[in-house]
Design a protein around this ligand. Structure first.
Ligand SMILES: [Zn+2]
Length: 207
């Protein structure tokens, strides 16, 4: 699957979610858009966290839509309404988002809000992995990523200096997860980004 001609919107609860789950696939897309629903103010000063996200968006050549919902307490209705508007405005071919179950309540809310916001969406919706759903995540799609792409993703995660104490964002942890899913494919792939199909509505091609 070639994402180069596709417009992709990637949705995350906090600065660094999108980078962790789908940085490489997003880096291959046409006009990528990142959406952070919160500024992650429980994990650091919100202006700094937003700046870190803007810096990774620049690395990706992505446009960042930074919302200001409350970190650790995202309101479902507000999130669904905001996402519905973004999807209407952006009209993406593919949406990347969070999934349930997940051990972080904001991630669960984002997953629910996306389902509600995209109830009439005609396109592909894929769920990406987070640090808090590793045990329960059951992917369907695996994108091979090169060692250079893995290193670029690590570089982007390091831009989030406020999160440098998070073990799950460290190189060892991410290398393990990326290799784990690569092993699961029973291929020679060394690293992958893995996704779950959440919704796929296929219209008549002649329409
Ligand atoms: Zn998060």
């Amino acid at each position: 699957m070639n994402f180069r001609d596709l417009k992709v919107v990637a949705i995350g609860a906090h600065p660094d979610d999108v980078e962790y789950g789908c940085y490489t696939v997003l880096s291959r897309c046409y006009e990528p858009v990142m959406v952070n629903l919160t500024r992650g103010e429980h994990g650091g000063e919100h202006n700094i966290r937003e700046k870190e996200s803007r810096a990774t968006a620049e690395l990706l050549n992505a446009r960042l839509i930074q919302l200001t919902l409350e970190d650790t307490n995202i309101n479902l209705r507000e999130a669904a309404t905001a996402l519905e508007k973004i999807i209407r405005d952006e009209s993406p071919d593919v949406v990347l988002t969070m999934t349930e179950p997940d051990l972080h309540q904001d991630h669960v809310t984002v997953a629910k809000a996306t389902t509600i916001a995209l109830r009439e969406y005609e396109g592909l919706v894929l769920g990406y992995q987070t640090p808090s759903n590793i045990v329960t995540f059951q992917p369907d799609i695996y994108f091979e990523i090169s060692n250079d792409e893995f290193l670029a993703k690590m570089q982007a995660l390091r831009v989030h200096a406020t999160q440098s104490n998070r073990r799950y964002l460290g190189e060892d942890a991410l290398r393990s997860v990326s290799r784990f899913w690569a092993t699961a494919t029973r291929t020679e792939f060394e690293y992958v980004e893995a996704f779950k199909i959440l919704r796929w509505v296929v219209p008549l091609s002649e329409r």
